[in-house]
Design a protein around this ligand. Structure first.
Ligand code: PLP
Length: 361
């Protein structure tokens, strides 16, 4: 089965196999990693080496903390506000789709006397969705931070350009972290819910520039406090140990196949093949300009939507599962994260071509 689920998404097959083998006996201890203390040497060793591996994979500079936190992507929607906005601060939220909109709404809910400015950056270009990044001017004091989502999982919109602005940039990379090379030093903070390119849901990875942790904070919950989390090596309370262990396996797997540079080349080829199938078909269509088409979440519609049900049923029978689009936007979506091999794309393309041929194109 090739699983195109947007999240929780498929994990690399070798990782799942190793986890299965180690389920009853991790590290020669005769018990699972789920059953050992996070304060014990074996777990701490695993935690340290996983951070080192992630630092190497993403080339994370020393002036950044790497945190392993609870609460997934949405947990970070509120953590960002709690840690950085302050009681009378102001922040700018760019909206490019459903997830950045949700982050902005959460910020507005929590802002109190502080101010959240929201800027929609998606315009129509010949009927297609296109991101138009404004030229940002203004003083460094105007905003505490700018928040955006470089890959909109629901809408299939990706922003490849870096944001140039005088404020710390905070990016929700839940659905494209480690999918291509980025320059971490351009960001104040990067966060990602784990369940696409990292591991199981519930875990969130946070990469934050150390100097930002001295900004004023709102009263907040301890487990969402970046400072406290950093001071306690992400173990202020019991961390999600099994999720952390699986994330460590995914990092090792990615390193073993050549790291982010290698997977980026494969991801580009996967996306190229799938979008070519859509564009060449006359039967499927994608509603995003080429410059902003997501390499991770490929959205498409059938020319005749009365065939949607048959498409999904026949795809599933062919072992191609979870292709239904998000309920808000409808249509289809193939999520093709790092763990999806090229063979999965070829199988999908071949199915889509024969489905189109069978239904008259
Ligand atoms: N941000 C993005 C870009 C997402 O795709 C998701 C969904 O998985 C989230 C945030 C929310 O993550 P979670 O469900 O872990 O709260």
């Amino acid at each position: 089965v090739f699983n195109f689920c947007a999240g929780p998404a498929m994990l690399p097959a070798p990782v799942m196999k190793k986890a299965q083998e180690e389920l009853l006996d991790w590290n020669g201890q005769g018990v699972s990693v789920m059953e050992v203390s996070h304060r014990g040497a074996p777990f701490i060793e695993m935690a340290k080496s996983s951070e080192a591996c992630l630092r190497e994979l993403m080339n994370i500079p020393d002036n950044y903390h790497v945190l392993f936190m609870h609460g997934g992507g949405r947990g970070q929607f509120s953590a960002v506000v709690n840690n950085f906005l302050g009681n009378n601060g102001r922040a700018l939220y760019l909206v490019s789709g459903q997830w950045s909109k949700a982050a902005a709404e959460e910020a507005q809910k929590l802002a109190g006397e502080a101010q959240i400015d929201v800027l929609n950056i998606v315009k129509k270009d010949n009927g297609l969705n296109a991101v138009e990044l404004p030229v940002f001017s203004g003083s460094a004091e105007q905003y505490r931070y700018l928040h955006y989502c470089p890959n909109e999982t629901v809408d299939g919109i990706e922003i490849f350009d870096d944001i140039d602005c005088p404020w710390p940039v905070i990016a929700d990379m839940s659905s494209n972290i480690m999918s291509r090379e980025i320059d971490v030093s351009r960001f104040g903070l990067i966060y990602a819910g784990a369940q696409k390119n990292i591991g199981p849901s519930g875990l969130a990875i946070v990469i934050v520039r150390k100097d930002l942790l001295s900004l004023p904070q709102l009263t907040q919950s301890s487990i969402m406090d970046y400072r406290l989390t950093a001071e306690n090596d992400s173990m202020y309370n019991t961390p999600p140990t099994f999720a952390w262990y699986l994330a460590a396996q995914v990092f090792d797997w990615l390193k073993s196949i050549g790291g982010v540079k290698a997977i980026a080349a494969i991801n580009a080829e996967k996306a190229r093949r799938l979008y070519a199938c859509i564009d060449d078909s006359g039967f499927y269509k994608n509603g995003v300009v080429k410059a902003n088409r997501s390499q991770m979440n490929v959205t498409f519609q059938l020319a005749d939507e009365s065939l949607d049900k048959a498409f999904l049923q026949e795809a599933e029978a062919a072992g191609l599962v979870a292709l239904k689009g998000h309920r808000i936007v409808g249509g289809m979506r193939a999520s093709i994260y790092n763990a999806m091999p090229l063979e999965g794309i070829d199988a999908l393309v071949s199915f889509m071509n024969s489905f189109a041929a069978k239904h008259g194109r």
